[in-house]
Design a protein around this ligand. Structure first.
Ligand SMILES: C[S@@+](CC[C@H](N)C(=O)[O-])C[C@H]1O[C@@H](n2cnc3c(N)ncnc32)[C@H](O)[C@@H]1O
Ligand SMILES: *[C@@H]1O[C@H](CO)[C@@H](O)[C@H](O)[C@H]1NC(C)=O
Ligand SMILES: *[C@@H]1O[C@H](CO)[C@@H](O)[C@H](O)[C@H]1NC(C)=O
Ligand SMILES: *[C@@H]1O[C@H](CO)[C@@H](O)[C@H](O)[C@H]1NC(C)=O
Ligand SMILES: *[C@@H]1O[C@H](CO)[C@@H](O)[C@H](O)[C@H]1NC(C)=O
Length: 490
């Protein structure tokens, strides 16, 4: 940490926190100001997230060049609504943004300039919003239990590397937007903290996410030097794990955005208590659900539901449809039941008497105990063939599962939203199913660092049993996928 202790701290934080920039006040007497909110969303679902913001907050969204980020203006009286968005993983308030930041050539000059920047930024409104968000009150003792291992807590991590999901070895780095490191700007002095609770010194950390290959510096260096300057300027105390305030320095090629985090941990784990080996993020599930626009009384099937994240998110967010969750794995089915119970219990505690519109079944998706043409929407996350299943097996599984899905799905109006990383196999399988399914749209997403496709399919009007593709191999022959192999890890 580069704190040369004699640097004059010209401005004391308090003097910068006064709100004088507004004319109105909100109900609580606080001033209403307009700020820009930044949000990280599952990559590929930026437009879906923009749609949600427009619908729920009524403002237009700007989609950053930096994939997986959106920006929109709010007045502070709308702050609480922002936390109710379901597409967003993390939220921050923007301090300043530069579209075309001109980095100096040398590392030294660039870093020196970043240090200077800290004292020149218009912090006031963003800090005001952070204060309004009430973080000090509800501060948790420990954030993610990272210990001293410094990891960006941000979504970017989640979007690219640290997702709980599909698998951990990226086979091809999808885009270079992964945050590399985070700074170790740990304060050197470990004073008896909290000794004087009245004059509490704020603790902070800086997290830098850098993407782009033309930078002379690393994200570590940027965060360290920028963080040092922030510390001197505000006289805050650096603390990587027990911080009150997290300053974000996002650098994507020439785009530089400085922000203050408004979420303490990613919202993407909401509502799930029992995790499986391939648990999807609810934010991604929400995006998939929005793609097929559930309508009242739709029957929605997830025939390979794993932990049940998709149907559970649906049952919570689009509760006028009915969800059937199935899997051929006992553990998975148990987890769905446990997750459902857990949510029901929480709802009961909050005074809600209605149950979730969801049922759980153990089944083999190639032999669904479901009537032909009875389902409106099929939405699922197919085995990727890495952790789950195998590529070889997918060559059998995918065609037979597309066929069985076509059987239960309503001709003419039925839809399917299918996520898979085995794009080759999927493309082949779907190309042979032209009589039953039509591909409308593909969204390319990033799941745990892996490039995957979300395919929106529409069921053709063809009656099942009368097209070449469904007589091509009869049900019950292809579906014999060996027991045990597709099993989830314990
Ligand atoms: C990628 S995982 C689904 C993960 C889920 N979306 C979640 O968030 O936990 C695929 C699931 O397909 C299930 N599966 C594989 N073959 C199946 C089959 N023939 N019938 C039913 N489920 C099957 C696996 O047990 C696994 O749970
Ligand atoms: C707010 O305060 C700053 C400095 O404290 C001053 O420059 C600015 O003009 C003030 N704005 C308003 C709207 O009063
Ligand atoms: C901001 O407020 C939300 C909603 O009350 C809360 O969940 C979140 O933890 C707060 N963020 C910070 C940084 O304190
Ligand atoms: C789901 O999670 C969100 C965000 O944590 C929470 O506000 C909501 O109450 C949860 N819903 C249920 C039904 O548990
Ligand atoms: C589900 O909950 C039961 C009872 O709480 C527990 O015994 C079981 O281990 C849980 N199953 C899974 C798969 O988490």
């Amino acid at each position: 940490m580069s704190s040369q202790g004699d640097g004059a701290a010209e401005q004391h934080p308090e003097t910068k926190l006064s709100d004088n920039s507004s004319t109105e006040t909100d109900a609580t007497g606080g001033a209403i100001i307009t700020v820009t909110i930044g949000a990280t969303v599952p990559t590929g679902f930026e437009h879906t997230a923009a749609e949600e913001v427009k619908e729920k907050i009524g403002v237009d969204v700007r989609i950053s060049k930096d994939r997986g980020r959106i920006y929109f203006p709010i007045t502070t009286d709308k702050l609480f609504q922002v936390h109710l968005l379901r597409s967003v993983d993390n939220l921050f308030v923007v301090v300043e943004e530069y579209d075309q930041y001109q980095f100096k050539d040398s590392k030294e000059e660039t870093l020196a300039e970043l240090q200077e920047l800290a004292s020149k930024l218009p912090w006031t409104n963003a800090l005001e919003v952070w204060k309004l968000n009430g973080s000090l009150k509800k501060r948790k003792a420990h954030r993610r239990g990272n210990g001293n291992k410094v990891k960006p807590n941000s979504e970017t991590t989640d979007a690219t590397v640290a997702d709980t999901e599909q698998q951990e070895l990226p086979e091809a780095a999808e885009d270079q937007t992964k945050p590399e490191t985070t700074p170790d700007i740990e304060g050197s002095k470990q004073e008896s903290e909290d000794a004087a609770p009245k004059a509490k010194v704020l603790k902070f950390r800086v997290t830098c996410n850098r993407a782009g290959d033309k930078h002379s510096f690393s994200s570590n260096e940027a965060a360290r030097d920028f963080g040092g300057a922030v510390q001197e300027f505000f006289q805050w105390k650096a603390d990587m794990t027990k911080f009150d305030i997290e300053v974000l320095l996002n650098i994507h090629n020439q785009e530089v955005v400085i922000g203050i985090a408004l979420t303490e941990e990613s919202l993407h784990k909401r509502n799930i208590s029992h995790f499986g080996p391939t648990t999807l993020r609810p934010t991604l599930c929400y995006g998939m659900l929005r793609l097929c626009k559930p309508q009242a009384s739709d029957i929605i099937l997830d025939p390979m539901c794993g932990t049940g994240t998709i149907p559970l998110e649906g049952a919570i967010e689009f509760p006028s449809s009915f969800y059937i969750a199935g899997d051929n794995n006992d553990m998975a089915v148990n987890r769905v039941v446990n997750n459902t119970r857990h949510i029901q219990k929480r709802r009961a505690e909050m005074g809600s008497v209605s149950g979730l519109p969801i049922d759980t079944v153990r089944w083999d998706l190639c032999n669904l105990p479901i009537k032909t043409s009875s389902v409106d929407i099929i939405i699922t996350d197919m085995p990727f063939g890495k952790r789950m299943g195998s590529r070889k097996k997918n060559w059998d599984l995918y065609p037979s599962c597309l066929r069985e899905m076509a059987r239960v799905c309503r001709p003419g109006s039925g839809k399917a939203v299918l996520l898979t990383q085995d794009k080759k196999c999927f493309a082949k399988a779907i190309s042979r199913m032209g009589g039953l399914w039509r591909k409308l749209h593909t969204v390319w997403v990033n799941v745990g660092g892996l490039h995957a496709g979300v395919y929106l399919l529409k069921r053709t009007g063809a009656v099942f049993g009368q097209t070449p593709e469904d007589v091509y191999e009869s049900r019950g022959i292809v579906n014999t996928h060996e027991k045990g192999d597709d099993k989830e890890l314990p």
